[in-house]
Design a protein around this ligand. Sequence first.
Ligand SMILES: Nc1ncnc2c1ncn2[C@@H]1O[C@H](COP(=O)(O)OP(=O)(O)OP(=O)(O)O)[C@@H](O)[C@H]1O
Length: 229
Amino acid sequence: MELPPIRFENVTVSFEERDVLKDVSLTLNEQRIGIIGANGAGKSTLSRLINGLVLPTQGAVYVGDRDTQKHAKQIRRDVGFVFQNPANQIIMPLVSEDIAFGLKNLQLPKAERQKRVHETLAELNISHLADRESHTLSGGEQQMVALASVLAMQPRTIVFDEPTTMLDLRNRLAFQREIAKLEQRAIVVTHDLEILEDFDRVLVVTDGRIAFDGRPDEAIANYRQWSHA
Ligand SMILES: Nc1ncnc2c1ncn2[C@@H]1O[C@H](COP(=O)(O)OP(=O)(O)OP(=O)(O)O)[C@@H](O)[C@H]1O
């Protein structure tokens, strides 16, 4: 699978005149990229720029050669986003309907939609949730269903904002296995440092800037050192 590079060019994001990201320039070519750092450092904002959920106040973000400010629709198709709070993402009354919902927008035939729904649920070991009412799911079950909805769409890049916060050990391991197997690019914002062990690259965000950018072990050591200071 060809993975389009993601480029940040001198990106500043301001909310209410406060700069929460400051002149960030980056090119992301790797397949598995982690983003770590303190609360409020700017990690979610950085991740949301990738699919145009947040737009730069200054500078530009490109996915391949598409500017996120100009090609929102195509970019949302190419970059899936798994939200921190899965309840924001689940919209349909039944789990299987929820996963099928996004596929309708891709204009896939019904049989293909149903096949993808069942394959994705089986892949994540949550086939037993298919006929459950979405609002009765536990937090962790919701997080797994939100993950399934995005995986079923098969976007080339998937951004995860703290995907394991509600998962028990079994589901956390299932998530980790799933990420390791993905042909797609995964960009994961997390406080769960262990899941980054086999990643290609980890960014440490501190106060709106990239304070460190490198291998997971080095990035985690840098972040630990910063946290103790
Ligand atoms: N829509 C918004 N309006 C105003 N301020 C915002 C908005 N979104 C984020 N912020 C502020 O920007 C800063 C960075 O937020 P962000 O969510 O990117 O941090 P984070 O590193 O993901 O934090 P956490 O680890 O706590 O989730 C925070 O101070 C936050 O309050």
